[in-house]
Design a protein around this ligand. Structure first.
Ligand code: SF4
Length: 481
């Protein structure tokens, strides 16, 4: 913490622990987490951060309770622990962090002296139901405003039952597992006046080293059928005006990270990047759509410190991308590679999926052919992840392709591009775990507890899911076998 700039301290009666269920270097790259931290302080309350330790087993050996960074207070001493959960397997991190803090992970096992566990975060846009056994309440969607409503209610209530009833009644987007069963309330959309989210703390100890983070837009106007952030979510893309963006950037921010589901779709993105570079800053963008790249934009990115042009195609062939309503075409990617080379970048990185519904071996062969061609333009790396169907998307309910198929396709791709393209693949096993949780409910959440207690290796997860009676999970497991 001594390397941080922007850390907030306060000694006020009402203080919240903000727990991130992954290690520090991941949590501090989360713009949502940082924004909630700052806005709680701005509201007159305190917020202190806690993270899952890098080495959970080593921490256990010390027998020290998990404590906060700012005040070194035990997490269990807070009345409210607010947790930001980004993706499905972080539920394991939540269980581990609560146990390290001496807090029973199951809501049903907690008593009046235990903190209230309030969850939120990106996972709530798709399927937070596996969180239900562990959370007292879950804020669905954008919590920029609802987090303050929730804190008002929790601090003012006299009993746990009263808290739950009031949260369920007063906040339409608050999921209270003991009241709502498996019925999810709608996700919240905050007032546009609350945008943009922007960072509070910069630190050298994250992947986004010493970078000031700021969102240039929220949501996306496109319609990719596998994506939770597609245009039907919260009214599509909300754009932050260029003037507002620059008002928020501190003069001494040397490195600026522009964040959003579709940063490069901002109508003034080239102007923004150029101006930042002219001010002598380095720039990073969280997403670049290949069809938005042009000479001026890529030139500005290079001047802003880009050495690798990172973009995504997702579907492995034109046919699959068409079926996904993913607008990226080969010509866009070729142009992106040519621009990257023209402006002296060292490499292009391309994100792709395999195991997409309807995909055949021939689609992988097309990717082999096409990526080999791209690698003649510029050195190419590919990050490949298995497709996982998410709730709240048109592809919800599509089966996981199965580990044998995913591994076969990954292998076909690797063999096809060997020596030409550097392929980094996400494990098919962990993608399957993500799939079971993405499509699962409370029972799958409870199985995470068993998996964590059994050591957390893949075999422990598989045993825990194997033991489930749920029909959906049985179907998923059959696909794996
Ligand atoms: S995958 Fe990207 S471009 Fe497509 S809808 Fe999602 S955020 Fe938008």
């Amino acid at each position: 913490m001594q390397d941080e700039r922007g850390t907030l301290f306060s000694e006020v009666p009402e203080s919240v622990c903000l727990l991130y269920p992954s290690p520090y270097h991941t949590g501090m790259s989360s713009l949502g987490y940082q924004t909630i931290y700052r806005s709680i302080h701005a509201s007159g309350r305190g917020a202190e951060r806690a993270f899952l330790p890098d080495d959970v087993d080593a921490w256990k050996q010390t027998r020290a309770p998990l404590f906060t960074y700012e005040g070194q207070r035990p997490v269990s001493s807070f009345r409210i622990v607010a947790v930001s959960v980004a993706y499905e397997t972080e539920i394991a991190g939540l269980i581990q962090a609560l146990e390290l803090a001496g807090i029973p992970p199951l809501a049903a096992d907690r008593g009046p002296r235990d903190p209230f566990i309030l969850c939120g975060g990106p996972l709530t846009f798709s399927n937070p139901l596996p969180l239900a056994p562990f959370a007292d309440a879950v804020l669905m969607g954008e919590a920029d405003e609802t987090v303050h409503q929730a804190l008002d209610i929790i601090f003012a209530s006299n009993s746990h039952e009263e808290t739950l009833a009031t949260l369920g009644r007063e906040i339409p987007s608050c999921f209270v597992p003991t009241l709502h069963g498996d019925e999810m309330p709608p996700i919240a959309q905050c007032d546009d006046a609350k945008l943009p989210a922007y960072g509070q703390i910069t630190t050298p100890n994250t992947e986004l080293r010493d970078m000031f983070l700021l969102e240039t837009s929220r949501g996306c106007s496109r319609g990719c059928r596998y994506c939770v952030m597609r245009r039907s979510t919260n009214g599509g893309m909300r754009i932050v005006p260029m003037e507002t963006i620059f008002e928020r950037i501190p003069d001494d921010a040397r490195r600026v990270g522009l964040v959003g589901a579709a940063v490069s779709d901002h109508p003034k993105i080239a102007d923004i990047v150029e101006k930042l570079v002219d001010q002598g800053r380095e720039v990073g963008l969280s997403s670049l759509r290949p069809d938005r790249l042009n000479d001026r934009f890529v030139a500005a990115l290079k001047r802003g410190g880009y050495k690798t042009l990172t973009t995504a195609g997702d579907g492995p062939s034109e046919r699959v991308r068409e079926s996904l309503q993913r607008k990226t075409r080969e010509k866009h990617l070729v142009k992106a590679a040519e621009l990257a080379r023209l402006h002296g970048m060292e490499r292009m990185k391309l994100y792709m999926m395999v195991g997409v519904p309807g995909e055949e071996d021939e689609d992988i062969d097309e990717l082999v052919r096409f990526s080999s061609e791209l690698s003649k333009i510029i050195p190419l790396s590919m990050g490949v992840a298995p497709f996982v169907a998410k709730r709240n998307t048109p592809l919800d309910g599509e089966p996981f392709a199965g580990m044998p198929i995913v591994e076969h396709r990954m292998d076909r791709l690797r063999r096809g591009v060997r020596g030409r393209v550097d392929v980094r693949a996400t494990s098919a096993r962990w993608a399957w775990i993500e799939y079971v949780l993405a499509q699962g409910g409370r029972a799958e959440g409870l199985a995470v507890l068993d998996a964590v207690h059994a050591g957390g290796k893949f075999s422990a997860w598989k045993r825990a899911f194997d033991a489930l009676p749920a029909t959906r999970t049985r179907r998923a497991l059959r696909i794996v076998a």
